[in-house]
Design a protein around this ligand. Structure first.
Ligand code: F6R
Length: 368
């Protein structure tokens, strides 16, 4: 049942192209993005003037990724918040606020309570969920289901990629309702999303290279992850995977923060994973990260660089280079996260841990 794999997580990592394709299917018909259930009017969707994404763990990271796309496409302010923090603040919500609740299980207690709080304040709630008929979608005004299929591994992989895709569809639905994107632009963005399953399939050809790397660095004391722009939440997700599976100290940082503290952690041989943006995207982002890598390498870090194939400028600074296919900047997290999932799983396996059932964790967190 593990499809010939030693652990479910690897099977689920390999199912990601399918999870993405299934999540996108049927959501662009007759030139329009459509949700699964919409119990709010088109007019109300058009009137939205602010978006909150609330979620926990990896689902929260999917929201951090989506913020870049949703703000860019809709020109609406987007705040992404941990559900457990959101509900104990006094967030400013009204009927023109859209709260996007992202949850694989649809039963996470903190996210559910955040949904209830938002609705009491008259905000509209849209659920992004992987479980049909779960409590969070039942209590929401609109639903977009991810179709990653059941996820057995406790650490989220295919559901996470599907959440990013679904959050992007929410962004496009808002852009379409508000008219901040012309129909042909929405169609083009959707077509780019549709090309992602094939791109993720290509990344899977790096699995054996990454597993080999994982075995070689499995006895490290800690691993740091750096990224900028959409690569920053990818770094956070890579660190979370490593903590929960390999019980190792791991932290993700925004690369621009290095000089403000984290660079003091760099010591001889410390593995640092760097998520590179495309050299063909915003040149300034790329060149800043190249200089970050050279700084940490000069201080003895062992640099593990996730970069676009053909990116020659990073080669001299990469002790280990993992190449991912070229995709539009906003879609890069869908490819660059994959090697980080494999890395965490293989380090955990090498250290003798149960990759599918990490200690102290439950698949669905129904208590606060
Ligand atoms: C990490 C992981 C968790 C979940 C979080 C939210 O690998 O799986 O951090 O993402 O517990 O769960 P859902 O999405 O079910 O609300």
């Amino acid at each position: 049942e593990k499809g010939g794999h030693e652990y479910f997580m690897l099977k689920e990592i390999e199912e990601q192209p399918e999870a993405l394709a299934n999540t996108l299917r049927g959501h662009f018909e007759s030139g329009r993005i459509i949700l699964d259930e919409q119990r709010i009017s088109d007019q109300d969707l058009r009137d939205v003037d602010k978006v909150f994404v609330v979620a926990c763990g990896s689902a929260y990271h999917s929201g951090l990724v989506a913020k870049y796309a949703i703000e860019h496409w809709t020109r609406l302010p987007v705040e992404v918040e941990l559900a457990s923090e959101f509900r104990y603040r006094d967030p400013v919500l009204d009927r023109d606020t859209l709260v996007v609740a992202v949850s694989q299980s649809g039963e996470t207690a903190d996210t559910l309570e955040a949904v209830r709080h938002a609705r009491e304040q008259k905000a509209r709630v849209l659920a992004v969920c992987n479980t049909n008929g779960a409590q969070i979608p039942r209590e929401s005004d609109a639903v977009l289901y991810t179709h990653a299929g059941p996820e057995i591994g406790v650490a989220s992989t295919k559901a996470f990629l599907a959440q990013i895709a679904a959050n992007y569809l929410v962004g496009l639905a808002l852009a379409q309702a508000r008219g901040t994107k012309y129909p042909d632009e929405v169609a083009r963005e959707f077509a780019e999303l549709e090309a992602m399953p094939a791109a993720v399939q290509k990344v899977l050809s790096t699995v054996e290279q990454v597993r080999d790397l994982g075995r070689r660095i499995a006895d490290s004391k800690a691993v740091l992850f750096l990224g900028r722009h959409v690569g920053f939440p990818v770094a956070l997700e890579g660190a979370l995977k490593l903590k929960e599976l390999a019980y190792m100290h791991a932290e993700g940082f925004a690369a621009g923060e290095l000089k403000h503290g984290p660079i003091a952690l760099i010591e001889d041989g410390l593995p640092v994973v760097v998520v590179m943006p495309s050299p063909k995207g915003r040149a300034v982002l790329h060149s800043k990260l190249v200089s970050n890598i050279s700084e940490i390498q000069a201080r003895g870090a062992r640099t593990i660089v996730i970069a676009e194939e053909g990116d020659e400028t990073v080669r001299p600074f990469a002790d280990e280079l993992i190449e991912v296919p070229a995709v539009p900047t906003l879609l890069q997290p869908l490819v660059s996260t994959v090697p980080l999932q494999v890395l965490a799983a293989e380090i955990a396996r090498t250290r003798g841990y149960d990759v599918d059932k990490p200690r102290n964790l439950a698949k669905s967190v129904t208590v606060e």
